[in-house]
Design a protein around this ligand. Structure first.
Ligand code: CP
Length: 318
C-alpha cells in the first residue's frame, strides 16, 4: 500500500478484517512496531472522532502523532499551478507538503468537498497534491469523495454484529438542514459492494449518488420497501450529486423512527456521527438496544490502527 485513499488500497477485505480482529483483541501488541515513527494529522475541517481515534491508534503502535488544524492554525495554501500569489494564499502546496513530508513518516489529511464545483471536488485537489508533493504515504481521513477509515470501521462493526453470513444492509438518506458532502455515503457504498453483504441504497428522487460508488447496489426510492427484512440500517444525509451540493428538500418523513425500524429484521441502527437527533433519527431509535453508533465510533481506532500497521509493515520491508 503506497497510500490509503480508498478501498482499492487495502487489498483483501477478508485479510484486513482478520488483522482488525487481531488488533482489537490485543490493541497494544504492535506497540514496538511504530516506535521511532511519526505521523502528522492535518485537518482542513473539524473533527471529533477522526482526530481522537487516529491519535489513539498511533499511540497504540508506539508512534508520535502531531495534529495541525491547517484550516485555522496554518498559512492559507495555494493549490493552483502558475498562480501569481498576490491574494489570500501565503504558501503553495508544493513547499508545504514537501516540508511536512520531511517532518513525518506518514501524513493523514482531512479535506472536505467545497460542494461548489463537482468536477473540481471529484478531482480531489487536496489529497492528490499531498500524494504528489509530500513524498510519504498519505492517509485519507475524509476527502471530497470518500471517508474510507469510516467505511472500514463500519465494515468491522457489521462483521461483529451480523447474525447471518450475508446480511441485508440498507444505506438510507435522511433529512438534514444543511448541504452535506457525499464522502461517507460514497465510501460506505464502495466498501459494502466489495464485502459479503446485500446492499440497498434508498433515497428520495434527485439524490442519486455517483454511479461509480453505487456499483451493483440495488437503489430503491421507496424507503419502506427498502427497509423490509434489513439486518442493518445505516442512516446518512447527503446533498444532491446531480444538482451538485443542493438541498432539494428536507422531507421530514425520511427520518429513521421506530415505525420504520419495525419493518426490518430487527435491524441494528448505524450512523457515522455526529448526528442530529430527531432530524436524522428519533431518540427512541438511537437510544434503543439496537443502536450501535458508539461501537462504530470505537472501531475508528481499529480501522486506523489496522491501516497504520499495514503501512508500518510495508515501510519496514523497504
Ligand atoms: N465520523 C467522523 O468522521 O466523525 P468526525 O467528523 O467527528 O471525525
Amino acid at each position: 500500500m503506497n497510500h490509503f485513499f480508498d478501498v482499492d488500497d487495502i487489498g483483501s477485505l477478508e485479510l484486513a478484517l482478520a488483522r482488525a480482529q487481531s488488533i482489537k483483541a490485543h490493541p497494544r501488541k504492535g506497540y514496538k512496531d511504530g516506535i521511532g515513527k511519526s505521523i502528522g494529522l492535518l485537518f482542513f475541517n473539524p473533527s471529533l472522532r477522526t482526530r481522537l481515534s487516529s491519535q489513539r491508534a498511533a499511540q497504540n503502535l508506539g508512534m508520535d502523532a502531531v495534529v495541525l488544524d491547517v484550516g485555522s492554525e496554518s498559512w492559507k495554501l495555494e493549490f493552483s499551478d502558475g498562480t501569481i500569489m498576490n491574494g489570500a494564499s501565503a504558501e503553495h502546496i508544493k513547499e508545504a507538503a514537501a516540508v511536512m513530508g520531511a517532518y513525518f513518516d506518514f501524513l493523514a489529511i482531512r479535506a472536505f468537498a467545497t460542494l461548489e464545483d463537482r468536477d473540481q471536488d471529484y478531482a480531489e485537489p487536496v489529497l492528490t497534491a499531498f500524494m504528489k508533493y509530500a513524498g510519504v504515504p498519505i492517509i485519507n481521513m475524509e476527502s471530497s469523495t470518500g471517508h474510507p477509515l469510516q467505511a472500514f470501521a463500519d465494515l468491522i462493526t457489521i462483521d461483529e454484529f451480523k447474525q447471518n453470513e450475508r446480511p441485508k444492509v440498507v444505506l438510507s438518506w435522511a433529512p438534514h438542514p444543511k448541504a452535506l458532502p457525499h464522502a461517507v455515503a460514497n465510501s460506505f457504498a464502495q466498501w459494502m459492494n466489495s464485502a459479503s453483504v446485500d446492499l440497498v441504497i434508498t433515497h428520495p428522487e434527485g439524490y442519486d449518488l455517483d454511479p461509480k460508488f453505487v456499483g451493483s447496489a440495488r437503489v430503491e426510492t421507496n424507503q419502506s420497501l427498502a427497509f423490509e427484512g434489513a439486518d442493518f440500517i445505516y442512516a446518512k444525509n447527503w446533498s444532491s450529486y446531480q444538482h451538485y451540493g443542493q438541498v432539494l428538500h428536507q422531507d421530514a418523513s425520511w427520518i429513521i423512527n421506530q415505525k420504520k425500524m419495525a419493518l426490518t429484521n430487527q435491524a441494528y441502527f448505524m450512523h457515522c456521527l455526529p448526528v442530529r437527533r430527531n432530524v436524522i433519527v428519533s431518540d427512541e431509535v438511537i437510544d434503543s438496544q439496537k443502536s450501535i453508533v458508539v461501537e462504530q465510533a470505537a472501531n475508528r481506532i481499529i480501522s486506523m490502527q489496522t491501516v497504520l500497521s499495514m503501512l508500518l509493515e510495508q515501510k519496514s520491508s523497504e
